[in-house]
Design a binder for this molecule. Structure first.
Ligand SMILES: O=C(O)CCC(=O)C(=O)O
Length: 281
């Protein structure tokens, strides 16, 4: 199916989220799934304990593996996703930041609380994107929800993902307002979501409010998210002063500095020489 990148780029800039059906061919989809499986087989020390199954529904997430390139490099280099980011932004180049995997299964798992990734990621700017890839088909009702245009509005504080009150911040020291109670006041917030088929990719801006996609008994959801930045992106420490795989970020960069650092893997346009084996150096 021909993709109208001009229309999608316009929508990305306006809404901060787009759905690209069938972007990954079966080979690229399998490669993405193999990377997800690598992450599950190689959990980080911090999140490995959360994989223990005790009969209760599992909502597992892991990210920032220091050796991510071992499981991701070949997949990333053969993926159409970096070029898609460039088309959405209208600029080159595209650098990889980090991966995140999700697994929800084993009963009623809770909705992912409403949040903005940009409250946690020490970067901001026009040219940033999360690529959300789900390996199970999802109905619109079971899919992730977004608030279109929210990337142009307020940056809210983080969420502690506290089931009692999802608006409680994870980092109370930040000078940002608490998240509003979006789920309780849904009528005030126009949302968008899409049914997802294997091979589809949803792209969203770091500041786009998103949440949802619970699973019910008998359902499983395996999801991979990949994060990228480009030409117009700057260092913005917020809660994370540095990325775990780029610890010198806070000392090498000042807030507002254009985001450039050796070691982030440039994926588009392709460069000849292979960068180091970590995402940040
Ligand atoms: O897939 C999910 O449940 C959450 C995804 C998400 O919040 C993210 O990728 O930032």
């Amino acid at each position: 199916m021909a993709v109208d990148w001009a229309a999608l780029s316009e929508a990305y800039k306006r809404d901060g989220v787009v759905h690209v059906p069938g972007l990954l061919n079966p080979e690229q989809f399998d490669a993405a799934l193999k990377s997800w499986e690598w992450s599950l087989a190689n959990p980080t020390a911090m999140n490995a304990p959360n994989l223990k199954r005790d009969g209760s529904p599992l909502f597992y997430a892991d990210s920032y593996h220091p050796k991510v390139m071992e499981g991701y490099r070949d997949m990333l280099e053969a993926s159409p996703i970096p070029e898609a980011c460039a088309r959405l932004w209208g600029t080159d180049p595209v650098w990889f930041i980090y991966e995140q995997v999700f697994l929800k299964e084993g009963g009623d798992t809770r909705r992912t609380p409403w949040h903005q990734d940009g409250s946690y990621i020490p970067m901001d700017g026009d040219d940033v994107a999360v690529a959300w890839i789900t390996f199970e088909p999802l109905t619109k009702e079971d899919s992730l929800e977004f608030i279109p245009g929210s990337h142009l509005g307020t940056v809210y504080n983080t969420s502690k993902f506290d089931p009692k009150d999802e608006t409680i911040p994870h980092d109370t020291s930040l000078p940002y307002p608490n998240l509003p109670p979006i789920e309780a006041e849904k009528h005030k917030w126009p949302t968008v979501s899409w049914a997802v088929e294997p091979g589809d990719v949803i792209f969203f801006h770091f500041r786009t409010l998103h949440g949802g996609a619970p699973t019910r008994p008998g359902q499983r959801r395996r999801t991979l998210t990949l994060r990228f930045f480009g030409e117009h992106a700057h260092y913005d420490p917020k809660t994370a002063k540095a990325l775990p795989n780029f610890p010198e970020m806070a000392t090498r960069l000042k807030p507002g500095d254009t985001m450039r650092a050796p070691g982030f893997l440039q994926l588009h346009p392709k460069v000849g020489a292979r960068a180091p084996e970590t995402a940040g150096a």
